[in-house]
Design a protein around this ligand. Structure first.
Ligand code: MLT
Length: 265
């Protein structure tokens, strides 16, 4: 791991391997370790870059709202600082996907291919935004465990929740290690993010869309419709997995990513 100064923050970054660059962008309120099973495998064939976003993991704690635009700017600055000149494969899960939209909008030429896991292009409904603000208030008052207890049952499939404590404990630990201010900041940033559905038709790069069959937060139906709007896309459903498909069934996810990378120019 390395600490890399980007704009006004220090980002903690996993940067290993050689070959075509593959950028992994984690979900909320997690950190780069959620990609552990992908990092191990793809560092053998690619340059794998997996940062902790501003406010998360071992990166600088955030203060105030954290917009998806700001995260995208940080990622662009990070790639500059790391001297990445070739087009990357951008792989984001959930909030990592929300950040892909402004990243594509502002730094499109940097993206050679795209992997979208368990995410959506739609903005929050008023109710969803309101719930995020309530959660932010509760977390600031009572701590990150409020987010952990509220979110864990929705992050993984029912069988994972019941029978795979290692995955649940690891997710809980990531959430508890995140400062309340960063959780609240990202909740506000997600609540105000714009709808990106109209821009999906403009994505020209090869795109892989992945979803856990039991994903309750970003359903297979919603992701299938997202994939249907992206001209050059492949849609893959991951069995035995919920929202955290990449942790719950890494073998199937890695197989899909490996096949996609081999077939992308
Ligand atoms: C995530 O996994 O990043 C979150 O579920 C995103 C969200 O809360 O919308």
């Amino acid at each position: 791991m390395a600490k890399v100064r980007v704009r006004d923050v220090e980002l903690n970054v996993y940067d290993q391997g050689n070959g075509d660059p593959l950028l992994f962008v984690h979900g909320f309120p997690l950190n780069h370790t959620m990609w552990q099973q992908q990092l191990k495998m793809f560092a053998e064939t690619n340059r794998v870059i997996a940062p902790d976003l501003r406010g998360f993991g071992e990166s600088t704690v955030a203060d105030g709202p954290l917009s998806m635009e700001q995260f995208a700017e940080d990622l662009n600055g990070l790639l500059d600082t790391l001297g990445v000149e070739q087009p990357i494969c951008y792989c984001g899960l959930s909030m990592g996907g929300y950040i892909a939209w402004p990243f594509l909008q502002h730094y499109g030429p940097r993206v050679g291919s795209l992997i979208l896991c368990d995410t959506r292009s739609a903005a929050d409904t008023n109710d969803a935004a309101e719930n995020r603000r309530k959660l932010a208030t509760a977390v600031l008052k009572n701590g990150s465990n409020v987010a952990a207890e509220g979110m864990l049952p929705k992050l993984v499939s029912p069988p994972t929740l019941k029978e795979r404590p290692q995955i649940v404990d690891s997710l809980r630990a990531m959430i508890l290690a995140t400062e309340p201010a960063s959780i609240a900041g990202a909740l506000e940033g997600m609540a105000v993010r714009p709808d990106s559905t109209e821009s999906l038709g403009e994505i020209q790069v090869p795109t892989l869309v992945i979803v856990g069959v039991d994903d309750e937060l970003t359903s297979p139906a919603e992701m299938s419709s997202l994939a249907g709007r992206i001209p050059n896309s492949v849609f893959v459903e991951i069995p035995g997995a919920g929202h955290m498909s990449v942790m719950e069934n890494p073998a199937a996810v890695n197989e899909a990513i490996g096949r996609f990378l081999a077939s992308s120019p």
